[in-house]
Each structure stands twice: as C-alpha cells, then as structure tokens.
Write a protein that binds this ligand. Structure first.
Ligand code: 5GP
Length: 348
C-alpha cells in the first residue's frame, strides 16, 4: 500500500483569479475552437461542448438542437442500425456527432455492419468504458484504429497522464477523462475509486498536449463556472450529462410530483439502466449509478445560452479574447473548505 500525499483538486476547491484585461464586452469573446485531430487529420471547428452518450441525454433530438448552436453530441449506443444510418445520412460533418459504442464483440460487429452502409457519413466515434485501464480496452482500440484509420476517435475513461499518453500513442484523438465525478455516478461510494476531476484534467491535458492529442473532460460539471474551470485547466472538450438532462430533447417522460414537473435521469450503470438494457444487475456486480428526479427545464437552448454566457464571462474576467487563450490566462486560487461551505464555489 502507498499513499500519494500531494493534494488533488475538484472544481469546488478552486476559483479563477480575475486578471487585468483590455476586453470591453463579453460579446467580443470567441468561444469556438479549431483543432486538427492527430490521427484522423480531420479539421474541427465548433463550440467544444458535447452532450454525454447517456440514453436520456445523447438523443437525436439533442444532437439536432445542439448542432444549431455549434455544439456536439455523443449519441447513446442503444439506437438501432436503421435509425442511426438515416440520422447520419442527413447530417453535415460539423459540428461532430459521435457514434458511441462499448468494447464487446456485438458492439464491434454492429459498428462494422453500420460502417459498411454509412457511405462515409460516420466520422466521429466515441468508445466508452467505465474503466479505461484494462488490456481488453487497449486491444479494442488497436483493433478499431487499424480497421478504421480515417475516423476521429474519442475514447476513455481514464484520469492519469501515463494512460492518456498510452491511448494517444495507440490511436486515440481525444482522450475522455473522468472516473467518479458524474452527477449520477456512485463509483466513488461503491468502489472507493476515483480521482478529483480538476486535477485529472490538468494532468491529462498536459500529457495529451505534449503528443498533440486532445482531451474531453467528462463528468462533474454542475454549473457554467465548472465548465470555465475545466477549460481553464486545459480541457479541449467538455462533456455534460446532468446539465443537459431534464430538457425537452431528452428521452425521458415528464412526471408531476407535488405540482412540480420533473424528469428522470439515471446513470448508465444504475440499477434502472441495467434493468432496461441488461435484464438487471448481474449477481457478481453492484450498480455504480443512481437515478434522480430533476426539475423539468424546457428547451435545452436556454441552458446552452446560460452555459455559453458563463464561459464568455470567465474569458472576460481573465482577458481571454478567445476560448483558446483561457487556460493560458487561468490562475486558480484554492478556496478553503470553510469558504466553500459558507459561500459555495458551485452555482454562486
Ligand atoms: P455529469 O455531467 O452528469 O456530471 O456526468 C456525466 C458522465 O457521468 C457521463 O458522461 C459518464 O462518463 C458518467 N456516467 C454516466 N452514468 C454513469 C454511471 O452509472 N456510473 C458511473 N460511474 N459514471 C456514469
């Protein structure tokens, strides 16, 4: 047994220090980014925020609504072949919509089958496993990359620099970072495993950027300020589940409780998701997600505007004319637990 003594931080443990700036208005801030992906060599332009591939959030409706604002979506993996093919056939390449999959043989076979008929319409793929540290995951990445050299590949999840480097060397364009921070994730409680998300972003971004790779910070954002912190820490993309849940574009019914309209939102490893897709929780495992009821929030566009306004504001406070400059201009100040308890660094 060994204990690492250096302190690791979450979003709530820091604030961004204001800096002198020549910017006059938030409206002058450009929050789009341009990237060239290291393996696919494909060019990206857009606002680098992605809806999570959770079944209630990563829907066709969400992808369309976000695309209108230049944001992206990772579709959930439970759509059938025909639905996916007709959805992708109609789309322009940017902003990207990601086809998502796990690493089982049926996941791979489905992807091969769909790609044979997709006529080049699917170019962005998200390979998503809870634990990106297994040999099976790395083998799958090798197999996928050698069969499909032209796709832009996002894969994870991991939380450490050495694994980020390994994935980029193995053919991943965007490494997905985050184990345990999700709003409906219970891994930290069930397994005691995880890594504070802000530190994970800082360390993985540093590792990725050294190899011209990119990272997507996945999980733990609860308010626009958390996205600003994620970008400030070096994230190239940010993925959101809970912040995009509860909207019209989600695949979830509205229920009325005590006169208040609510929507169900559950983790993809929750009892609810496993009952729906895997016939229940297998004997040998525990659920690592939970279900919550969120207030119904109407159309996602209003939430998108709030998020983009927050990120623009952060850029203005530190004098970043473009989102690209935010991490270079970010100095975090650590806040004490007491400050955090009294004033909160989330949502205020
Ligand atoms: P959020 O934005 O809601 O904080 O986090 C979303 C992320 O949580 C997802 O993109 C995914 O990586 C992660 N996640 C979703 N469902 C589960 C789950 O049931 N268990 C765990 N451990 N993580 C989950």
């Amino acid at each position: 047994m060994r204990i690492e003594q250096d302190i690791k931080l979450d979003f709530k443990d820091v604030l961004i220090r204001p800096k002198r700036s020549t910017l006059v208005s938030r409206s002058g801030v450009d929050i789009s980014r341009d990237f060239v992906f290291p393996h696919s060599s494909r060019k990206y332009h857009g606002i680098p925020i992605i809806a999570s591939n959770m079944d209630t959030v990563g829907t066709f409706e969400m992808a369309d609504a976000l695309a209108r604002e230049s944001l992206s979506c990772a579709l959930h993996k439970h759509y059938g072949d025909d639905a996916l093919l007709s959805f992708f056939a109609e789309r322009p390449e940017l902003p990207p919509v990601f086809y998502s999959m796990g690493i089982t043989p049926p996941d791979y076979d489905k992807f091969v089958r769909i790609m044979e008929k997709a006529n080049g319409s699917i170019n962005y793929v998200c390979v998503d496993v809870a634990n990106g540290y297994t040999r099976a995951f790395i083998r799958f990445i090798h197999k996928l990359r050698s069969a499909f050299p032209e796709i832009t590949l996002m894969a994870g999840n991991v939380v450490t620099g050495e694994m980020t480097e390994e994935l980029i060397l193995d053919g991943v364009d965007i490494v997905k970072v985050g184990i345990g921070p999700g709003s409906v994730c219970t891994t930290r409680k069930v397994a005691g495993v995880g890594y504070p998300q802000l530190s994970a972003i800082i360390e993985c971004a540093d590792a990725a950027h050294g190899l011209r790779g990119l990272i997507c910070a996945d999980g733990g954002c609860t308010c626009p300020g958390d996205l600003a912190k994620a970008f400030g820490a070096g994230a190239d993309f940010v993925m959101l589940g809970g912040m995009f849940a509860g909207h019209n574009e989600c695949a979830s019914e509205i229920v009325e409780i005590g006169g208040v309209r609510k929507m169900r939102f559950y983790g993809m490893s929750s009892r609810e998701a496993m009952a729906r897709y895997a016939g229940g929780v297998a004997d040998y495992r525990a659920a690592e997600g939970k279900e919550v009821l969120l207030d119904y929030r109407g159309a996602v566009i209003d939430t998108v505007r709030e998020i983009l306004g927050g990120v623009r504001s952060a850029c203005t406070y530190v004098g970043a004319l473009r989102l690209k400059e935010l991490s270079k201009r970010t100095t975090f100040v650590r806040v004490s637990q007491q400050t955090n308890d009294i004033f909160g660094t989330r949502g205020n």
